[in-house]
Design a protein around this ligand. Structure first.
Ligand code: SF4
Ligand code: FES
Length: 368
């Protein structure tokens, strides 16, 4: 695929709202959270989902913030189901009772992913800053299984819960989940702001990998375990979003269409609004989508690297944040000239005892 031939998208991450019941310090939402009055209305989302179906999009991940805070969620799910688009609800599972799950199942919801901030109740409460959150999540997960919907347990991993990986596996098994995502935090948005307090030490990361590998073998056919490696300790970066504007994109609560959730941090890009510009035009002609599509934009070492069509140079937003140039090789790559510095920074931060965390909520990222 080249910039002149964008191919067809297969997925959308639809962030319906930035409102949330939790205040996780690792959130990938932008520091400038949108208030409810900036959210698109029901008709705009229905139109976007209809256009997505026309474009041949196969799946929509309904996310936030907390998407179940939108009262029109069943109607939006129904739109996707009517058009044969697979819907995956990504929720924190707080405030999701059996009645809501049944209603969403009747509307045609296909899959639910529930995040657990810890495998122990006290960890979940401490990280999400909500008393009783763990029990609520357990109840939501059971309701999902009772409604016969497939369940994924999502475990965002960082220094404060990395020693609970075995317990996360037990939790996913207890809940009858099909899949467990051990997802090491990616440092964008609030997670980047709080990186020093979240970065795990290398030894803990190595222990975690050994636990995941052993469990994958032991639980083959019982529980699928996805593993998102911690970028800063990686040899090669991930293909962020599967490659820039290659097969998926995201839409923010106010309708801004971006190739990924961090793209707003790349200052020279301007984005279109999916409530005003047709999705097909955004996908094929938006300069922001074309900016890093394919491989033509690459500099060395990516340009001449045999992995350039495997990881597409890693993450543009991480390159922007760490190298100050969105077209640079992602410094998570061991071939990047900045990799050594990034690794040293990670180790230094992981060794520190920084407890100064800014929890995600409107206005909290502004300087004191
Ligand atoms: Fe990927 Fe670029 Fe690193 Fe090669 S040099 S492995 S293409 S990020
Ligand atoms: Fe933007 Fe990775 S988050 S390319």
């Amino acid at each position: 695929m080249s910039a002149s031939d964008p191919g067809l998208p297969i997925g959308i991450l639809a962030e319906l709202t930035h409102r949330c019941t939790l205040q996780c310090a690792y959130c990938s939402n932008p520091l400038e959270l949108l208030k409810a009055d900036r959210e698109l209305g029901t008709d705009a989302w229905v139109s976007i989902f209809e256009q997505a179906a026309d474009l041949g999009i196969l799946q929509v991940h309904i996310s936030g913030g907390e998407p179940t805070l939108r009262r029109d969620l069943p109607e939006l799910v129904e739109t996707l189901a009517r058009r044969g688009v697979y819907s995956n609800l990504i929720t924190a599972g707080v405030g999701v009772d059996a009645r809501m799950v049944e209603r969403l199942a009747r509307a045609g919801l296909d899959h639910v992913q529930i995040s657990f901030q810890g495998a122990r109740p006290e960890t979940t409460e401490r990280i999400g800053r909500l008393r009783g959150a763990h029990e609520k999540k357990l109840a939501a997960a059971r309701a999902v299984r009772e409604a016969d919907l497939p369940l994924t347990v999502n475990a965002p991993i960082h220094r404060r819960n990395i020693d609970e990986v075995e317990l996360f596996i037990e939790l996913a098994l207890d809940l009858g989940a099909e899949r467990l995502e051990i997802a090491n935090v990616q440092y964008y948005g609030w997670a980047l702001l709080n990186r020093a307090a979240l970065m795990p030490p290398r030894e803990a990361m190595e222990r975690q990998i050994a636990v995941v590998e052993a469990a994958r073998t032991a639980l083959r056919g019982v529980l699928a375990i996805d593993f998102v490696a911690p970028d800063y300790y990686a040899l090669y970066p991930k293909a962020c979003m599967g490659g820039w504007a290659r097969d998926a994109f995201m839409i923010t609560p106010d309708g801004t269409a971006m190739p990924c959730h961090g793209a707003a941090a790349i200052p020279h890009l301007a984005f279109e609004n999916a409530a005003k510009v047709p999705l097909a035009a955004i996908w094929t002609r938006s300069p922001a989508f074309e900016a890093y599509r394919g491989t033509d934009w690459m500099k060395d070492p990516c340009r001449s690297c045999e992995r350039r069509e495997i990881d597409f140079g890693g993450c543009r937003c991480q390159a922007m944040a760490l190298a100050g140039d969105a077209a640079a090789t992602d410094p998570a790559c061991s071939l990047s000239p900045l990799h050594g510095r990034i690794l040293a920074l990670a180790q230094e931060e992981a060794a520190g005892d920084i407890d100064d965390v800014r929890h995600r909520r409107i206005g909290a990222a502004e300087p004191a």
